[in-house]
Design a protein around this ligand. Structure first.
Ligand SMILES: N[C@@H](CCC[C@H](N)C(=O)O)C(=O)O
Length: 329
């Protein structure tokens, strides 16, 4: 981490005023789900909600959907059990939503974090990269960009087991909640899906309806999820052959817990694809392309109830943030 403290004024009465402390940050995104990344390997930064909110602020700060702190896994309380089972998970992705709340996981964030580690020389050559998260260890590798998708580099990882918290009854019914969304006349049935973090997925009639909904206001879920929920609105678009594999395509918009509407959500894409796959029943394909306002990601159903998320990652720049200017308001 680079917090550069100001120097004391010198003995000269004409000395320049002490420079205020700065925080070196990097900005990146995955399908335009954007993040401020901070290198705090030694775990010395106090990343409180006030600092997160200020960094994420799109007018008075750097601007982002979330803040990601890079810290050695041994320095976080969640680290010991991760290192016991995966000693190679040296680096931990400490993820915070723009409102300062802590989230268990961020699917787009993992890919951007991997690229950040690579940029810092912390991704060993030729190896899978093990990333510690509050939802377990994610093993990231580079993969080919699917045919028809306009990106230069993709990364993929097994996100682990997803499940329907409502259990077998919810799976059989296809729904276990109702969601009221501004712009829709009545509340719609929805399915809760846990991908390490909580999601609620509802299907809309068509793309026109998806475009028309107003996500500037948070959708209301009933019953209210105890930990809150990310909400995904989806429209199935049909199936085609992509790189020799039958692939279903869906379009999605998302309202993220702790943020608002974002242009993509990786865990949300997994939840959306697995919800539609559950609704489709036996014979549904394993591969799903999920079109979001910021691009396209791929979700692949894996054996044993696991799923893989793949998509792009981009780092756009670095800056030294003047902490006094950022926090003084
Ligand atoms: N954008 C992320 C999810 C970030 C966390 C989410 N807002 C939550 O609170 O669970 C993603 O790409 O998965």
């Amino acid at each position: 981490m680079t917090v550069t403290a100001g120097t004391s004024p010198t003995e000269s009465s004409h000395a320049a005023p002490a420079a205020s402390p700065t925080l070196h940050v990097t900005k990146g995104h995955g399908t335009q789900n954007d993040f401020v990344l901070v290198d705090d390997r030694d775990g010395v930064l106090e990343l409180g909600a006030t600092l997160v909110r200020a960094l994420a602020d799109r007018r008075a700060g750097v601007g982002a959907d979330g803040v990601i702190r890079l810290v050695a896994t041994q320095h976080v309380p969640e680290g010991a059990p991760l290192l016991a089972s995966a000693p190679d998970a040296r680096w931990f992705m400490d993820y915070r939503n723009a409102d300062g709340s802590i989230a268990e996981m961020c699917g787009n964030g993992v890919r951007v974090f991997a690229l950040y580690l690579d940029r810092l020389g912390l991704w060993p050559d030729g190896e899978e990269l093990a990333v510690g998260t509050r939802s377990g260890v994610m093993r990231v590798r580079r993969v080919a960009v699917p045919a028809g998708v306009d990106d230069t580099a993709w990364f993929a990882f097994d996100i682990g087991r997803w499940h329907v918290p409502g259990g077998a009854d919810a799976v059989a019914a296809g729904f276990d909640a109702e969601v009221a969304v501004a712009g829709l006349a009545v509340a719609r049935p929805a399915l809760g899906i846990d991908v390490g973090n909580p999601h609620t997925v509802l299907a809309l009639r068509d793309e026109a309806e998806l475009e028309a909904v107003d996500l500037t206001r948070a959708p209301q879920v009933h019953p209210v999820p105890p930990q809150g929920s990310n909400i995904e609105l989806v429209v199935p678009l049909g199936e085609s052959d992509v790189d020799g594999r039958t692939t279903a395509r869906i379009r999605m918009r998302v309202h993220e817990r702790g943020v608002g509407e974002t242009r993509s959500c990786g865990t949300g894409a997994v939840a959306a694809a697995m919800a539609v796959r559950t609704w489709a029943g036996a014979g549904a394909p394993d591969d799903w392309l999920v079109d979001v306002p910021g691009g396209t990601v791929r979700v692949r159903s894996l054996p044993d109830g696991r799923a893989e998320l793949a998509g792009p990652a981009v780092l756009v720049g670095e800056m030294d943030v003047d902490l006094a200017a950022l926090l003084d308001r």
